[in-house]
Each structure stands twice: as structure tokens, then as C-alpha cells.
Design a binder for this molecule. Structure first.
Ligand SMILES: [Zn+2]
Length: 254
């Protein structure tokens, strides 16, 4: 098992990389990141912190089970959510409050093989997710490296309120994705909101986010030339399952 200090170091590095203003993935206090420490706790960005200059002290450790229990608690008011998140902190005397999207992170970090999660709002991705034809636009894959890094398809979540409703919708979208693809998604696209990347390592989450943002830029470009020409299902599944592509995936993301 990776030591807590190593996980925190990766989390800080990943968060700063994703928060770099030049990359245009987040602005100001947008976005949040997290990592699993073990089966019982996770680290998540504190409310009000910026990703671009975050330090180890900008993350809060919370008990995963306490956070996940909120999913089954019915409808909670904003105040009840805030109190429940504060009560889930491992150190209740800490001045920091966990991000309001902590439940969403807990849902994803309990999945097999997922160690790191990043939720961002890249402008290129949101240009598509805020469009009338968003779902249709992201219905196919465009080029081999997109498949290698981001998987055969994204999971898609229709717009719901951020917070508990969104966490529940994301849980449902992941379950539906697994039923269809027999594996976890690398990318979850949230209509009129943003994206989530999840993977075993911070480096892979970074690579998935960057490739998703690049794909979105290319996808936008295709509409100037007649619209996207998607790869066939056969091509996507061939690239996705080829052993040399699995090797490239590791090389690109480790
Ligand atoms: Zn967001």
C-alpha cells in the first residue's frame, strides 16, 4: 500500500498541474480533487482553496463511510450537508471544511482500482457540454490516442443540482456504464457543468483530463468542416483491446 505522504504528494502535484491557468481547465476556485488513503479515509480539496497553488495543508481527510452514508440519508438541506461533511473529518478540530463535492469523490474513490479523482471545467469541454447537441457530439470517438487514454466512451450525466443529487446521478451513470462496457469509465461528462477524470494514479488522471480537453478542442474544430467523423465501433474496440495499445497507455500515463 502506498504511504499517505506519497499519496498526498501526488495529489498536490496533480492538483497544481490541473489548476495551471495556462491549461484553462479551471479558474479561480473551480474544480476539486481527491485521493484515497485506504479503505476507510480519503483526502479531498478543502472548500475555498484554489488548485493552482494548493499545498498539502489545503486538503482535508474524511471518513469515506461517513460520507457515503449521506447518499442514503434522503434529502438533506445545505446546512445538514455542511454539518455532515464537517462531522466526517478525521480531525474535527481542523479549520478546513471539505469541498461540497466530497460525496461525489467518495462514490468514485470506493471503486476498484481508483486512487485519484479530478473534477474540472475545461473551457473546451464545457463549450460542448453547454451546447444543445452535447450528447450527440460526444457519442463517438475521434482518434486512436483518445481511445488509448480516455477509454472506449465517456459516461454521461444529464444536468442535476451539484451536491447530493449530482453524486447520486454520477453513481447511477457509472453503474450503467459498467453494465454496458464491463469496465469503469475514465471520463464522466456532466451536462452544463464539467468533467471528471478518475484513475489509479495522479499522473493518469492528469493525462486523461488533458486528452479529454484536447479531444473537445478537436471536436469543436470538426463542426467547421461538416461535423465529426467518428471511428467505427470495430476500430474503437480493436484499439482499446490491442496489447501494444495497453503498453502505450501505461507509457503515456505512468
Ligand atoms: Zn464543478
Amino acid at each position: 500500500m502506498t504511504a499517505r505522504s506519497d499519496i498526498l504528494e501526488q495529489l498536490v502535484h496533480m492538483s497544481r498541474q490541473l489548476g495551471d491557468p495556462a491549461r484553462d481547465f479551471v479558474l479561480l476556485h473551480e474544480g476539486n480533487t481527491s485521493a484515497s488513503i485506504d479503505d476507510t479515509t480519503l483526502l479531498v480539496k478543502a472548500s475555498g482553496r484554489q488548485l493552482c497553488d494548493i499545498e498539502a495543508g489545503g486538503f482535508v481527510e474524511v471518513r469515506t463511510g461517513d460520507v457515503l452514508a449521506m447518499l442514503e440519508a434522503g434529502e438533506l438541506t445545505d446546512e445538514q450537508i455542511r454539518d455532515a461533511l464537517a462531522a466526517a473529518r478525521v480531525d474535527p478540530s481542523a479549520a478546513l471544511r471539505p469541498s461540497v463535492e466530497t460525496v461525489l469523490h467518495a462514490v468514485l474513490l470506493r471503486l476498484e482500482g481508483i486512487g485519484f479523482v479530478a473534477h474540472t471545467h475545461p473551457s473546451d469541454v464545457n463549450a460542448i457540454l453547454c451546447a444543445k447537441n452535447a450528447r450527440e457530439a460526444v457519442s463517438g470517438r475521434l482518434f486512436p490516442d483518445e481511445v488509448v487514454v480516455c477509454g472506449p466512451a465517456p459516461a454521461f450525466v444529464e444536468y442535476v443540482d451539484p451536491g447530493l443529487p449530482l453524486a447520486r446521478a454520477v453513481r447511477g451513470a457509472v453503474d450503467a456504464y459498467v453494465a454496458e462496457w464491463r469496465e469503469l469509465p475514465k471520463v464522466i461528462l456532466m451536462q452544463n457543468h464539467g468533467m471528471i477524470a478518475m484513475a489509479a494514479t495522479g499522473a493518469e488522471v492528469e493525462a486523461v483530463t488533458a486528452m479529454c480537453a484536447k479531444t473537445a478542442k478537436i471536436l469543436r474544430g470538426t463542426y467547421a468542416f461538416g461535423g465529426p467523423s467518428y471511428l467505427s465501433d470495430e476500430s474503437v474496440s480493436r484499439i482499446h483491446t490491442r496489447p501494444d495499445e495497453a503498453y502505450r497507455r501505461r507509457a503515456l500515463t505512468e
